[in-house]
Design a protein around this ligand. Structure first.
Ligand SMILES: Nc1nc2c(ncn2[C@@H]2O[C@H](COP(=O)(O)OP(=O)(O)OP(=O)(O)O)[C@@H](O)[C@H]2O)c(=O)[nH]1
Ligand SMILES: [Mg+2]
Length: 599
């Protein structure tokens, strides 16, 4: 029988989880193609690779000595915290990674808390010790203190710590003693992480995760907790509601093999496997005995915290850049997404062409939108809205913990900014010329904060936040103080006109760019919206002889990333998205309609 270790790698965003998993795979000699070295082989969809973040957790495995180590790489961004919590169910222990410079961060605390509560044995990896000014020993202390505050058991507190640099491909028991491989870590995994519990009896597998293949469809993934599974075997799918039992049959069985899956005839207890052929499953269902079904308690799936309105593109430029533009196209695409995107919900919108899409945060929804753009869709999206709930007769909204780390000289500015957005300072600590501020703030107040914060701190602020609870509504927040500059007519913008209006605000468009009436082309220096005429050219009578012409010095336009655009718009604006453009616009394009609407 194969000796198995099941581990999940958990950490705050960007602390190096995926880099480490990559190195573990390399060590397992499973990746011999050196051409791709440098790019993370694990973050394998385009978006993950470009943005350097993990969006979906992934299962891989390495063979080391005579052990098979199943590794689950998890996302570190707080929008995906529920995903981490769920996949921890497949692991018998965790590697907690902490950046040797940044130390423990909010998401470190969250994922560690979940792992400890589930009784998982941790191994701590202090990563990035190659960074100048890193402070591995202090960080080690921080981790210990954190475990202690989180009520770790004696056994959990007795964790082993490994230091190293995932990027440089080494791990060591002492941070000053560089080694040439990550084997010290693999040895600790084998010694410290308990073997999965082997239970005899009828099979029980909790569907914990899913994979999606456009060819096969949905594939159920989970750890086999009891008994054995065989391909072709009849089984019962016990639904998460605790009542519905569906008699079905396993078509094919797979285990994780390096970066791929290997087809097998039989899966032993304790293995993490993928099951094909059990139709209609959901996360939290149990695959169990055909005759005597014995379901496991279901696991919770994240509730959404935010919604956005998705609608067809009805701007004057619709259909020019995309392939899929109708509401039918968008509906079909959203339906397909629901098959695999677990924290997503979709409801019909106020019109037949619109949908209210619910997710875990701006990042979660923007990843979907960006994927759709790349596939050739055109659509428009409204301002992100937090979900408001009525609890005990009171209007409640999501509230988050916000951590900001800045050089001391900026802390005053940051506190002022966050307080304006109804954030409450809960803690403030200064160390090595940097201050760490902890706030409690409504999710609404965080929308758009990042870019403002970076501007105000010369790019120095490190900011992260995570959902804490629904709390009574905190009152109105003024998110954007500046009004919009709105195009008066459709046509090509003229450099001359932009130049003349430069002191009125910042523009988002280039000279010569086609624009339409009602498009938001810039930000007003004042608080109200203003309609501007950018398509009128200089009158001929005014043309001076070329050469004597006053020199135009137009500031480069401000270009938004998708997330910035979503966080920037006002309630009466849309972001128009096509495969090639991101434009901002008023929902009501004509000025008269807007005036009428305002009454
Ligand atoms: N200096 C240094 N940089 C590292 C090290 N390990 C990872 N990095 C860098 O840190 C960044 C984030 O690494 P990832 O492996 O993508 O981090 P992650 O934890 O998987 O991030 P998410 O999946 O988004 O939570 C990348 O730019 C890595 O190259 C290290 O040991 N030293
Ligand atoms: Mg990652």
């Amino acid at each position: 029988m194969q000796k198995i270790r099941n581990i999940a790698i958990i950490a705050h965003v960007d602390h190096g989880k995926t880099t480490l998993v990559d190195k573990m795979i390399l060590q397992g000699n499973l990746f011999r193609n050196s051409e791709k070295a440098g790019e993370l082989i694990m973050d394998n969809n385009d978006l993950e690779r470009e943005r350097g973040i993990t969006i979906l957790s992934k299962n891989v495995s390495v063979i080391y000595k005579d052990y098979k180590i199943n590794i689950i790489d998890t996302p570190g961004h707080s929008d995906f915290g529920g995903e981490v919590e769920r996949v921890l169910n497949m692991a018998d222990g965790v590697l907690l990674l902490v950046d040797a410079f940044e130390g423990t961060m909010p998401q470190t605390r969250f994922v560690l808390q979940k792992a400890l509560a589930l009784g998982k044995k941790p191994i701590v990896v202090i990563n990035k010790v190659d960074k100048p000014n890193c402070r591995p020993e202090e960080v080690h202390e921080e981790v210990f203190d954190l475990m202690f505050t989180l009520d770790a058991t004696e056994e959990q507190l007795d964790f082993k710590t490994i230091y190293g640099s995932a990027k440089q491909g080494w791990m060591s028991h002492k941070w000053q003693e560089k080694t040439d491989s990550i084997t010290p870590l693999l040895d600790v995994i084998i010694d410290e992480i308990p073997e999965p519990v082997m239970l005899e009896g009828t099979p029980q597998m909790l569907v914990t995760s899913l994979e999606y293949s456009s060819y096969i469809g949905r594939i159920a993934v989970g750890k086999l907790l009891r008994g054995t599974l065989k391909s072709g075997m009849p089984v019962t799918l016990a639904k998460r509601d605790g009542e519905t039992m569906i008699k079905t049959r396993i078509k094919e069985l797979f285990v994780f093999d390096g970066l791929n899956k290997a087809k097998v005839d039989e899966v032993q207890c304790g293995e993490i496997c993928a099951v094909v052929g059990v139709d209609g499953f959901e996360i939290g269902d149990t695959i169990t005995d055909y005759e005597n079904p014995d379901p496991l308690p279901p696991i919770a799936i994240d509730e959404p915290t935010m919604s956005m309105l998705f609608t067809i593109n009805d701007s004057p430029f619709f259909g020019k850049e995309g392939k899929y533009v109708t509401s039918r196209h968008i509906k079909d695409r959203l339906d397909r997404e629901l098959e695999k995107n677990l924290a997503l919900r979709v409801e019909p919108g106020p019109s037949a062409e619109s949908f209210v899409v619910y997710g875990r945060g701006v990042l979660h929804l923007s990843v979907l939108i960006e994927t759709m753009r790349r596939e050739g869709y055109e659509l428009q999206v409204g301002q992100p809205r937090v979900i408001v709930k009525e609890i005990d007769g009171r209007k409640c909204e999501p509230v988050e913990e916000l951590n900001i780390d800045v050089p001391d000289e900026y802390s005053g500015k940051v506190i002022e900014m966050v307080t304006k957005r109804k954030g409450q300072l809960e803690n403030m600590e200064s160390k090595n010329d940097r201050t760490r501020l902890v706030f409690r703030i409504p999710s609404r107040g965080i929308i758009g904060l990042r870019s403002n914060m970076l501007t105000a701190t010369a790019g120095e602020a490190i900011m992260s936040h995570r959902f804490v609870a629904f709390e009574p509504w905190k009152g109105d927040i003024e998110l954007r103080i500046n009004g919009s500059l709105i195009a008066m007519e459709t046509g090509d913008s003229f450099a001359y006109s932009i130049n003349k209006l430069q002191d009125r605000g910042t523009f988002f468009i280039d000279a010569g760019e086609p624009i339409y009436c009602g498009q938001v082309v810039g930000e007003n220096t004042r608080s109200e919206d203003m309609v501007v005429n950018l398509t009128k050219s200089k009158k001929h009578s005014n043309v001076r002889a070329s050469g004597s012409d006053e020199k135009m010095n137009i500031a480069p336009p401000k270009k938004f990333s998708l997330e910035e655009a979503l966080e920037y718009i006002q309630a009466d604006e849309y972001v128009e998205l096509t495969p090639t453009s991101i434009r901002l616009r008023k929902i009501l394009l004509s000025e008269t309609d807007r005036k009428r609407g305002a009454k």
